[in-house]
Design a binder for this molecule. Structure first.
Ligand SMILES: *[C@@H]1O[C@H](CO)[C@@H](O)[C@H](O)[C@H]1NC(C)=O
Ligand SMILES: *[C@@H]1O[C@H](CO)[C@@H](O)[C@H](O)[C@H]1NC(C)=O
Length: 295
């Protein structure tokens, strides 16, 4: 093989891969900016009880967290229990992904939640951590299957102006639709009307009746506490409701961290994109010159 030929073929190869990159870049950008919000942090709560390091309980926590990660590769909800030497050492756990998450995103979300709860609740006998797209929870009390309407987080956005009473009516209608129970089991619910969007999710250890009960309570709280707000979220121990109106997309009212993350991803994408275009053009120019020189 003469050196000229090998240079030419490698140029052709890099041209092909550059073309591929140019096509794929916008898609990878879209994916990163739309899924980033699934993983944004909502809240954490750690049990006040501490376990002693090296105790069987510590192994139980490790087992339950490992089980979350492996099970989330195929299922959006699961529960586990690992008996210890005494009843108070038995550890119970569950994870729940939001109903609209693809399995792959659920798996990533649970992995992130597990690593965060492991750090934030280190040494605690129990922990609850909610990301936008998933919940993980473990404890040594039997919370599995039990209805619990404790308010874990309630946050309201700024008020809607008086002129927008039309939107308030629409909001009431969507909340009414989401809260309507027909007796069937619907752990994940969404409703949209105009600019109003509502998402609701029960933890799937609840029965249909308890899920309905939990969501009714959450919606009632949202209405009474966030009344005429542009957006509001109510997280109870076994269900949540998210309401948003207007330019807030789902998760769009998340933390500023998430916005920064998105901006950085987009910025890097733009810089890489420009670099690729310049490289591609200069390669084309070199090839044209070479072709002209060959004549
Ligand atoms: C959970 O563990 C803590 C610490 O060992 C203990 O004090 C508590 O009684 C346990 N709770 C239950 C429900 O067993
Ligand atoms: C827990 O998981 C087991 C086995 O997957 C299942 O049969 C059971 O119904 C679950 N319990 C609850 C409360 O979800």
């Amino acid at each position: 093989m003469s050196p000229t030929i090998s240079t030419l073929s490698s140029t052709r190869l890099s041209k092909l891969s550059l073309l591929l990159l140019l096509f794929l870049l916008p898609f990878s950008l879209l994916v990163s900016s739309s899924t980033a919000s699934f993983f944004s942090f909502i809240f954490v709560g750690c049990s006040q009880y501490k376990y002693s390091p090296g105790s069987p309980y510590e192994n139980g926590i490790d087992s339950v967290l490992t089980s979350f990660v492996s099970s989330s590769a195929s299922s959006s909800y699961n529960n586990f229990s690992f008996p210890g030497p005494t009843p108070s050492d038995t550890i119970y756990g569950l994870y729940q992904c939001r109903g609209d998450l693809a399995v792959a995103d659920c798996s990533i979300c649970v992995s992130r939640a597990v690593s965060q709860v492991g750090t934030l609740c280190a040494g605690s006998s129990g922990g609850t951590l909610q990301l936008e797209g998933c919940l993980v929870r473990y404890d040594n009390s039997t919370f599995l299957g039990a209805l619990d309407k404790t308010v874990l987080l309630r946050r309201c956005g700024p008020l809607v102006g008086n002129a927008n009473s039309d939107e308030l009516t629409r909001g009431d209608a969507v909340l009414g639709y989401i809260g309507a129970g027909d007796g069937s089991y619907k752990p994940y619910r969404t409703g949209v009307s105009g600019s109003v969007q509502v998402v609701a999710q029960c933890v799937q250890d609840l029965s249909a009746g308890d899920c309905q009960d939990c969501l009714t309570e959450a919606i009632g709280r949202l209405k009474s506490d966030c009344g005429a707000a542009k957006w509001g979220d109510v997280y109870l121990a076994k269900c949540f409701v998210q309401y948003s109106d207007g330019d807030h997309t789902s998760g769009g009212h998340g933390t500023s961290d998430e916005e920064v993350e998105k901006t950085v991803v987009i910025l890097i994408g733009v810089i890489v994109g420009v670099a690729v275009v310049i490289l591609f053009l200069s390669l084309m120019a070199t090839m044209c010159e070479r072709a002209r020189g060959g004549k």
